[in-house]
Design a protein around this ligand. Structure first.
Ligand code: 5GP
Ligand code: MG
Ligand code: MG
Length: 192
């Protein structure tokens, strides 16, 4: 890929690569093929959760062979730190009425599961006909809520990751694969 930001471009900050880009692409393509089959002949609305899932959303939508609609919602269950605060707030809402719609939520990662569980309930409360989930990454060891994505992505260990849409302090979102940061990156922030 020409001109993308790779591990080598931020090597000083990276402990190790956790998910290579080839595995991300394979996962997205596998799920997109399955979703294209499952929703063939239906009218599907993709709901991407900003900002983290924006990258997954674009690559996933491009890999589908069915015609879908796409909308975004910005949710916050995190402060500036790396653990969930437990309360979900809507920062920016959908512009689509989900009543009667088949909805597929596209998420970057399931950590505690609090954000996703809240969103599934909220879309059902708004009258969606069905609400399914694709999460690119999942950290089952950290779930506080028992939630299983309809379309499973990649299971990762209990580590904070960045890249492919995922940030630390709004940085590393444009890293082209998924990596674990060096502890020094966090300690720099806390002692700044
Ligand atoms: P939850 O704890 O509610 O499952 O996670 C909420 C959101 O926190 C995720 O959708 C994601 O945007 C963010 N998050 C959770 N784990 C990580 C992680 O390891 N790295 C980054 N950058 N964000 C995460
Ligand atoms: Mg997210
Ligand atoms: Mg974040």
């Amino acid at each position: 890929m020409m001109g993308s930001m790779k591990i080598s471009d931020v090597a000083d900050d990276i402990e190790r690569e956790l998910v290579p880009r080839s595995q991300i692409d394979e996962t997205i393509n596998r799920v997109a093929a399955q979703v294209s089959k499952d929703y063939a002949g239906r009218d599907l609305l993709l709901v991407g959760v900003l900002k983290g899932a924006a990258t997954t959303m674009v690559h996933f939508a491009e890999a589908l062979s069915i015609n879908v609609q796409m909308d975004y919602m910005s949710l916050s269950s995190y402060g500036s730190g790396t653990t969930s605060s437990g309360t979900v707030t809507v920062r920016q809402d959908l512009s689509t009425d989900v009543r009667g719609r088949d909805v597929l939520i596209v998420e970057d990662i399931i950590d505690s599961g609090i954000t996703l569980a809240w969103l599934v309930d909220e879309l059902k409360r708004r009258g969606a006909a069905s609400v399914k989930v694709f999460a690119l990454l999942d950290k089952p060891a950290r779930h506080k809520i028992d939630i299983v994505p309809t379309y499973k992505g990649i299971v990762i260990p209990d580590e904070f990751v960045v890249g492919f849409g995922l940030d630390y302090a709004e940085k590393y979102r444009n890293l082209d694969s998924i990596a674990v940061l060096k502890p020094s990156v966090y300690s720099k922030e806390t002692h700044a």
